[in-house]
Design a protein around this ligand. Structure first.
Ligand code: ADP
Length: 287
């Protein structure tokens, strides 16, 4: 038996169409501001991808490329200016930041209504309180992927491996809001496999290549692989792989591929968050 493939591309297309439709219904074009500091190649390519997809979806997008040694007060001043600017609807600071810029201070400096990454403490609180707000894009993208492929969550046992503020924690909050029974595992969790084998829905966001192997998965479970790693392959080439070993496809009922699973959902969800932020700021509710 081979698991159903939880493909991200068709699910992302649905989100992008929704973002395009809701953006077109607004009196002004939603404007996303992308801020990056330094020249980390991965950050550069992520920001380029987000900028490109925003434009393709009918949004305005501006990239602010700051030097590696930008002083914290300068970055905070930019965030204050954009937070006060009625023509800026969404603000994203690409992580990771250079070491001298504390992420918590930066995240708290964005107007929560424009915080399209959902990292501001107010939005984190809203997520856990079950109140409306902006939630982190990858976590929302995982829920949208499961919804698209009609994976039921209410009353099911969900296990999340990883507790980062970017993926593990927010996806646990969203699964809870979707009426799943949720357990969160992390690097200090003993007997991980005993826990993961109980999962009807297993989300793996541990940043460890092939952490989850076939014996750790309940037969027929739905497995979402959030990891992405470049490992050396044959002939000096690289292969992209996730936190889940490919052999899991022989046991799971459904499995998200790497690449092409969660990846495309994150950018699509960012644009949907930007449209949602613009709607809120313009006093419109979602159509
Ligand atoms: P991401 O950005 O994908 O969430 P991070 O590196 O920020 O990844 O976080 C990794 C998370 O995975 C941490 O919460 C850590 O405790 C968890 N983790 C790492 N290794 C293991 C492991 N062997 N077993 C369980 N959890 C792990």
């Amino acid at each position: 038996m081979s698991a159903t493939v939880l493909a991200g591309a068709p699910a992302a297309l649905v989100l992008l169409e929704e973002a395009r439709r809701r953006a077109a219904a607004l009196p002004v074009q939603p404007h996303l501001h992308l801020i990056r500091a330094g020249s980390d190649p991965a950050s550069l390519s992520y920001v380029r991808g987000k900028d490109r997809q925003a434009r393709l979806t009918g949004l305005r997008s501006t990239v602010h490329a700051l030097p590696q040694d930008v002083p914290l007060p300068e970055l905070l001043a930019l965030l204050a200016r954009l937070s006060a600017d009625p023509e800026a609807h969404g603000i994203l600071v690409q992580l990771p930041l250079p070491a001298h810029l504390p992420p918590a201070a930066v995240q708290a400096a964005t107007d929560p209504r424009k915080d399209v990454d959902g990292f501001h403490p107010l939005n984190v609180g809203c997520l856990w309180a079950g109140q409306p707000g902006l939630a982190p894009c990858t976590a929302l993208g995982i829920l949208a992927l499961l919804r698209h492929h009609q994976v039921p969550l209410a009353g099911r046992t969900a296990v999340v491996v990883g507790r980062s503020p970017v993926v593990g924690r927010p996806v646990a909050g969203l699964l809870l809001a979707a009426d799943a029974t949720v357990t969160v595992a992390h690097r200090h969790t003993p007997a991980l496999s005993r826990l993961t084998r109980q999962a009807d829905v297993l989300i793996v966001a541990a940043g460890q290549p092939h952490l989850v192997t076939a014996h750790m998965v309940q037969p027929g479970a739905t497995v979402v692989d959030v990891g992405i790693h470049r490992l050396p392959g044959a002939g000096g080439q690289f292969v992209l792989t996730g936190d889940v070993h490919p052999e899991v496809a022989q046991v799971a009922g459904a499995l998200s591929p790497v690449p092409g699973g969660v990846g495309p959902m994150t950018v699509a969800q960012l644009l949907l968050n930007t449209v949602q932020a613009a709607e809120t700021q313009l006093g419109r509710s979602a159509a």
